[in-house]
Design a protein around this ligand. Structure first.
Ligand SMILES: CC(C)(COP(=O)(O)OP(=O)(O)OC[C@H]1O[C@@H](n2cnc3c(N)ncnc32)[C@H](O)[C@@H]1OP(=O)(O)O)[C@@H](O)C(=O)NCCC(=O)NCCS
Length: 173
C-alpha cells in the first residue's frame, strides 16, 4: 500500500535501518540488529513505512502468531468463548515511529495497516484478538485511543477483539 511519499513494505536489505531512531533504544536496536533475523527465522513479520522520497524508514511494526490465555480475558468475553485454556491471537510485538516523523499520524497509519493485515490473515487462520505488550504508560495511552483494553491483571498487556478491529478500521480517518 502507498500513501503519497510513503509505502508499506516488508523489511528488506535496501531499507536504511541504521538511521532509524524512535527514542526507545530497545526498539532501535531491534530494527537494526534483530529484525532481519526474526524474519529469516519465521519468528516475526516486519513491515516498514518507507519514506521513498527521503529513502528513510519512518516507522515499523512486527506481527507474529501468539496465544492469549482465557484467564486474561474479561468475563463478558469469556462467556461467549469455548473453555480452551489458550486461544489464538495475533501479536503486534513492536511498533514505532522515528522521532523526526512524530505527530503526523504515521503511528496511526502503522497501527491501521497492522490491524488490516491481522484481520485479513484471521480470515485464513483464525485469531480472536490482536495483542500488544505496551512498553510504558505513553504506549498504553496510544493503544487505549484505538480501543485496545488491558487484559485481566496486567495494565500493560492489551488486546483488541478481532470483531472490534473492523470497527476501528472503518472509524479511523
Ligand atoms: C506511540 C507512537 C507510535 C505514536 O506515533 P505518532 O506518529 O507520533 O502518533 P500519531 O501522530 O499517529 O498520533 C495519532 C493519535 O494518537 C495520539 N497519540 C500519540 N501518541 C500518544 C500517546 N503516547 N498517548 C496517547 N495518545 C497518543 C495522538 O495525539 C493522535 O491523537 P488525535 O487523533 O487525538 O490527534 C510514537 O510516539 C512512538 O513510536 N513512540 C516510541 C515507541 C513506542 O512507544 N511504541 C509503542 C508500542 S511499544
Amino acid at each position: 500500500m502507498s500513501f503519497g511519499q510513503y509505502r508499506f513494505e516488508p523489511l528488506g536489505r535496501h531499507h536504511d535501518r541504521a538511521a532509524f531512531s524512535c527514542g526507545v533504544d530497545e526498539l532501535d536496536q531491534y530494527l537494526q540488529r534483530r529484525a532481519r533475523q526474526d524474519m529469516a527465522r519465521n519468528v516475526a513479520a516486519v513491515f516498514v513505512l518507507h519514506d521513498v522520497s527521503e529513502s528513510k524508514v519512518a516507522g515499523f511494526y512486527t506481527l507474529s502468531a501468539t496465544a492469549i490465555r482465557l484467564s486474561e480475558l474479561p468475563d463478558d468475553l469469556v462467556r461467549r468463548l469455548p473453555r480452551y485454556p489458550n486461544l489464538p491471537a495475533v501479536l503486534l510485538g513492536r511498533l514505532a515511529v522515528d522521532t523526526n516523523y512524530r505527530g503526523q499520524r504515521l503511528g496511526e497509519m502503522l497501527l491501521m495497516d497492522a490491524l488490516e493485515r491481522s484481520l485479513l490473515s484471521s480470515q485464513q487462520i483464525a485469531a480472536l484478538a490482536v495483542v500488544v505488550d505496551a512498553k510504558d504508560d505513553a504506549a498504553v495511552g496510544f493503544y487505549l485511543r484505538y480501543g485496545f483494553q488491558p487484559v485481566v491483571d496486567d495494565p500493560r498487556r492489551m488486546f483488541l477483539p478481532m470483531q472490534t478491529t473492523a470497527d476501528t478500521l472503518t472509524s479511523s480517518p
